[in-house]
Design a protein around this ligand. Structure first.
Ligand code: ADP
Ligand code: MG
Length: 309
């Protein structure tokens, strides 16, 4: 399917963590860093419960949003407003646009097509929390799926929960495209009789059903990779938590997870918001900004953090 897409840009999406972990801060900072380096970037604020990306950019909420795309049928490219950073535009979501029953399936596909056709180098999508299928599908649209987590058990559990749902959705979407939607649902519904206790076992069961299913899963899901960012660390000992999180993803979900970077807690983040300053401009040489730059580089180059052996 992917080969038919007319995609001009690379799409990165940030999602998964519970509210307040720093998804919007990281997305706006990574976007700003790319743009300050001369890359063409569009930020898409798709956090419908609390669209606040503009706040990290020191802006008021833009008057135009995805509502104008759905209601007035304006092209997406005309709804991009100036972000205050050269080379970077901002597209703001609308409360109902991706909300449950907010848009029809065909409208969602149209939106995705327009996102893919935006003439820019990078589209960075900021997602809210929750596991509604529209949120999962928007996350799955991305070439790079980035999950932000903080070193705290509730946030980590939330992230696993999101990831499980993302992967299940990916499995269902993929097999549906081959006319095999029901096999996933049936297997999951009968998981206790089938002794399926994890996603890994679900995938193994499905692969065992036929050679065709095995080939489809191997072909379409073997490259499924998520990128983990550990935010708001307060000491060096916490860096290792990113390793544990990625190992759990691989061990229990059988997913490829890369530890893309860690970002320390910096009280200037909230000060910048209150003073309506862009963090990456006002604090460009802080440790936190350096870590954002390293994270961006890792995401661009497909590198990851390695600690110990
Ligand atoms: N690395 C950090 N250091 C200090 N404060 C941070 C950091 N990351 C996020 N924050 C603060 O945490 C709050 C929530 O961040 P936000 O990006 O809005 O989270 P989310 O988008 O996940 O809900 C913000 O007030 C922000 O200032
Ligand atoms: Mg947010």
């Amino acid at each position: 399917m992917a080969s038919f897409k007319k995609r001009h840009s690379e799409i990165w999406a940030v999602g998964g963590g519970k509210g307040g972990v720093g998804k919007s801060f990281i997305l706006s900072s990574v976007g700003s860093h790319l743009a300050l380096q001369g890359k063409q970037v569009v930020l898409l604020d798709a956090d419908l419960g609390g669209a606040n990306l503009h706040t990290f950019l020191g802006m008021n909420k833009p008057a135009i949003s995805l509502t104008d795309f759905f209601d007035d049928k304006l092209p997406l490219s005309e709804l991009i407003v100036d972000s205050g950073v050269d080379n970077m535009g901002l597209l703001t979501g609308a409360i109902r646009s991706l909300a449950p029953n907010g848009i029809k399936h065909t409208q969602k596909l149209k939106l995705f097509r327009h996102i893919e056709e935006l003439e820019t180098e990078y589209v960075l999508i900021d997602l809210g929390g929750g596991i509604h299928f529209n949120t999962l599908d928007t996350f799955l649209l991305a070439d790079k799926m980035i999950m932000v987590v903080v070193p705290e058990i509730i946030a980590i559990e939330n992230m696993y929960h999101f990831l499980k749902n993302v992967f299940y959705r990916k499995l269902t979407n993929t097999l549906s495209a081959y006319g095999l939607k029901d096999i996933v649902r049936k297997a999951w519904q009968n998981r206790s009789e089938l002794n399926i206790t994890s996603l890994k076992e679900l995938v193994d069961h499905l692969k065992g059903l036929s050679k065709r299913v095995e080939d489809i899963i191997n072909m379409e899901l073997s490259n499924f990779t998520v990128y983990i960012v550990l935010n708001q660390i307060r000491n060096h000992q916490e860096i290792i938590i990113g390793n544990y999180v990625t190992s759990v993803c691989m061990k229990y979900f059988d997913l490829k997870a890369e530890y893309a970077g860690y970002i320390e807690y910096d009280s200037f983040v909230s000060r910048c918001i209150n003073e309506r300053q862009l963090y990456m401009k006002a604090n460009s040489s802080s440790s936190c900004a350096k870590e954002i730059k390293r994270l961006t580089r890792n995401l661009l180059e497909g590198k990851h953090i390695r600690i110990g052996n």
